[in-house]
Design a protein around this ligand. Structure first.
Ligand code: GTP
Ligand code: MG
Length: 215
């Protein structure tokens, strides 16, 4: 019998200042949006229960400060994360270009052993705004280059795709756990393969079995 899966998951939200990380957490946990939010200093967390695949999980969601000056306050909290949500804002192309740095910083400070298996989800927030600075093809190419990372275009303001992004991150975590189990059973000669989960966005443009969420 395999050991029971833990159902307490630490979810960390990373991305530049003002991309809407706190707004996403507040929309997801409290179903609220505040136009006048303050920059986060360090980290804050909230818990929320979700049911995915018939199992209830408690997500402990860590909202971090995106501003560079708070780096030393946020990085000690990366360790022990089960899921990482990388956020950029669709009206701010620099926040998209900085995603590589965010991912690298996370892998380093969280001391992730297998970067390919770690469950990341990309979020392009503020889709309610008319200005979209990052072309769809560029987002798709980035996801493709990053182990076919799943991507959700959200609006914390208008409550678009927020629940879907969080729920999908748990599904991604489940898939990664299953792949880790397979690796352990196969022993040391196992070749490192990443199975895309069945809900993943097909980056050649064909959405598989759920509604199109990316771009
Ligand atoms: P730091 O805490 O500094 O890292 O920023 P943050 O990423 O937590 O951003 P925050 O959630 O504080 O949002 C920054 C600004 O963007 C606020 O004025 C929000 O009201 C606004 N905002 C957040 N999400 C959305 C959205 O989906 N649409 C629009 N139009 N504005 C948003
Ligand atoms: Mg914040």
């Amino acid at each position: 019998m395999p050991p029971p899966k833990p159902n307490f998951l630490k979810v960390i939200i990373l991305g530049d200042g003002a991309v809407g990380k706190s707004a996403l957490m507040n929309r997801f946990v409290n179903n609220k949006f505040d136009n006048q939010s303050f920059h986060t200093i360090g980290v804050e967390f909230l818990n929320k229960e979700v049911k995915v695949g018939g199992t209830t999980y408690t997500l402990q969601i860590w909202d971090t400060a995106g501003q560079e000056r708070f780096k030393s306050l946020r990085t000690p909290f990366y360790r022990g994360s089960d899921i990482c949500l990388l956020v950029y804002s669709v009206d701010d192309e620099q926040s998209f270009y900085n995603l590589d740095t965010w991912k690298r910083e996370f892998l380093y400070y969280a001391d992730v052993k297998d970067a390919e298996l770690f469950p990341f989800v990309l979020i392009g927030n503020k889709v309610d705004l008319p200005k979209h600075e990052v072309p769809t093809e560029q987002v798709e190419a980035w996801c493709h280059a990053n182990n076919n990372m799943k991507c959700f275009m959200t609006s914390a303001k208008d409550s678009i795709n927020v629940d879907q992004a969080f729920n999908a991150s748990v599904e991604k975590w489940l898939t990664s756990e299953q792949n880790l189990d397979k690796q352990m059973k196969a022993g040391p000669n196992y070749t490192n393969q990443v199975n895309l989960d069945k809900h993943n966005t097909n980056l050649s443009g064909n959405q598989q079995d759920n509604e199109k969420t990316c771009c």
